[in-house]
Each structure stands twice: as C-alpha cells, then as structure tokens.
Design a binder for this molecule. Sequence first.
Ligand code: ACO
Ligand code: OAA
Length: 370
Amino acid sequence: MTATKGLEGIVATTSSISSIIDGVLTYRGINIDDLAENATFEEVVYLLWYGKLPNRSELDQLTKDLSDNASVPAEVIEQMKLYPKDVNSMAALRTAVSSLALYDAEANDMTPESNLRKAIKLQAQLPTIVAAFARIRQGQEPIAPKSCASIAENFLYMLTGKQPEAIAIQALDKALVLHADHELNASTFAARVTVATLSDIYSGVTSAIGALKGPLHGGANEAVMAMLEEIGTADNVTSYINDKLANKEKIMGFGHRVYKNGDPRAKHLQKMSQELGKITGNMNWYNMSIQIEDIVTGQKGLKPNVDFYSASVYTSLEIPRDLFTPIFAISRTSGWTAHILEQFDNNRLIRPRAEYTGPSHQAFVPIEQR
Ligand SMILES: CC(=O)SCCNC(=O)CCNC(=O)[C@H](O)C(C)(C)COP(=O)(O)OP(=O)(O)OC[C@H]1O[C@@H](n2cnc3c(N)ncnc32)[C@H](O)[C@@H]1OP(=O)(O)O
Ligand SMILES: O=C([O-])CC(=O)C(=O)O
C-alpha cells in the first residue's frame, strides 16, 4: 500500500453535481461562465439540488421556501450573545450551525424528504446566522430577515439594517453563484465523509464549515485581504511579494490543486473588483491585486484562484474582512447539501487505508521499566 500525499489525483466518488474537466468548471453540465453571467444564486441552488434549472414557478417556490425558513431559533441567537465578542467568525458559525440541530425536531430523520427540508433550512439560516453574529459582537440586536428577498439582498440588509443598493446585491449574488460548488474540494469531501457514516446533515455541514475555515481552502480570502492591508499601497507590492517568494512563503489566493492554467472563476471576480473599485472611487485594492498577479504569475507561473479577487470585491462592498469566509460558507452550503443528498442517495461508508510508517516489532515495556 502506497499513500498519495493529499490524495492528489485520487478519484474518491462519482458525482453528477459539478465537474472540472480540462480546466472547465460546470454545475450540472452548465459552464460556470454562463451561470455567472446569467443565473441568480437561487437558480443555482435549485440547479445543484434538483439537477435542472427551475422554471419561473419552481424558482418562485424555492425563493419563498428559503425566505420562509430564514429565521433562526431564538435559542441559537441567545447562545450567540454569550459567545466571546472577539471569537473567530468561522468558529462562531460552526458552533451556531451545530446548535441548529438541537432545535430541529427532525434533525435525525433520515428520509429524503426530511433531508431536503433541512437543506432548505440550512441554506436559508446560514445568512441569518452570519449577519446576526456580525451585529451581536458590536453590541447591536440582530435584524430579522425580510420576506420575499433574495439571499444576497437579505444578507446585506440583515448585516447593515439598510436597504442595499442594486449594484451591491448583484455583485454579492454573482459571488455566491461563483462559490456554490466545486467538485470534491476539501470541505465537500469532509461533508461526504461525515454523512457516509449515516450521520445527519447538520453534522455534515458542521464538518464542512470546519474544513472550509483553513487558509489553504476558504480561509484564503481573508488571508488575501490581510496581505493587501499589510502591503498598504501599490509602491510596496514589488518588494513585499519578492521577499515572500524569496523566503519560499505562499502567496494567498494563488495556486490550486486541480487548476494548473487558472481558475475560471477568478476572471469574473477580477472584473467585479475593477468595476466596484471604479464605483467606490477606490482602485487601490484592485491595482495592488493586479500588480501582485503580474509578479506571482510571472515568477512562479501560479494563477489567482477564486479567493484572490473576492477579497477586494467584498471589501468594496464594505463587508468586514472576517466575514469573507462565512460568506463563502453561505454560498457553499448549496453545494455541500447537494453532495450530502447525493451521498445519502447511494451511500457507502468512506474509509480509506493508511500506509503505516511507524516502528514495528516493538516489545511492550511494563510501566515500571520505562
Ligand atoms: C477555495 C479554495 O480552496 S482555492 C485555494 C485557496 N488557498 C490558497 O489560496 C492558499 C495558497 N495556495 C496554496 O497553498 C496551494 O496552491 C493549494 C493549497 C491551493 C494547493 O496545494 P497543492 O496542490 O498541495 O500544491 P502545493 O502546496 O504542493 O504546491 C506545489 C508547489 O507550488 C508552490 N505553491 C503553491 N501555491 C503557492 C502559492 N500560493 N504561493 C507560492 N507558492 C505556491 C508550493 O510551494 C510548491 O512548491 P515546491 O514544489 O517548490 O515545494
Ligand atoms: O476545489 C478546491 O480544491 C478548492 C476550491 O477551489 C473550491 O472549493 O472552490
């Protein structure tokens, strides 16, 4: 038995949800470029769950179901008020999502109908939790979700208490479309491993949030913004990046396990970053990002991934840096739950082997003689 480090190139499951073939990403066979330009996040959620784009009445029904389920149990909100104010936002989200299960009478019901209902609840409630957390830690009361609004609109509304501008809603909606699913990425794999034991959907999504949190995965978007802030201005980019590369340090937001010729989502986020920079009158983050890309791609051949330009996009939308990864989680809940439903559909325990590299033929030494 020989291990493949990081399971690179190992095909661990079949799936009909999303594919990356020759660098082209599709959701249910539809190119991400077409979805980014034309679909709303709710259409994508429907596509991921049901395998086809919704017609008008199906979309209206899903939008209503999501809106009707957006309130979070009062107990969960009360518990969030007891979290330390400076807690990591992904840790807070992971804990709150785990506690949702305690207040759902059908949490352990494994029927497909119940699991779909819980997928809707999770997708609807994550934005409410993230916005509530952001307000509670500032000593503000959470704002109840409004009815008949999209997830993008509702999230921005619950975060700020103000009706968001159309351009902000559109930008966030497109970012949600771009982050919704991505084949067998680490967090989706974690979700599938968890539920393949026939554990419940809340456990699966909680595992996934834990996996997304790390800076080699979803946490990279926050790390990118931290880097941009540390660099400060365009004048400092060249020396900062050259020093990092010379020290063999990773530049966050670059590289990918699967894409070697570039992440097809990055160009959409780059365009949005530029457009939002023009609208806000602050091109600094975009200009610095372009400069960083030139150097990293020029010297290392590494291309930006989905996390690189999303950092400046969210900053232009005035979203606090530590909510970037929770927003990724809001979007990816659609993909996680689609994969969990697919796993349940044709389940087998996921249990690979390890290549043992420890000592062998060790004699047992009684404690008195150690
Ligand atoms: C949504 C997402 O999860 S997208 C990914 C988000 N993560 C990041 O942006 C973090 C930065 N990027 C990385 O750490 C990696 O590129 C990963 C984790 C995305 C992919 O990792 P792997 O497939 O395991 O590639 P690995 O880390 O082995 O890199 C291969 C080589 O490229 C280098 N490399 C990879 N990414 C980077 C980077 N961002 N900056 C500098 N060098 C890099 C590695 O140092 C390594 O070099 P070596 O062969 O000389 O040792
Ligand atoms: O697929 C991956 O390894 C990481 C990624 O880009 C994602 O999850 O969107």
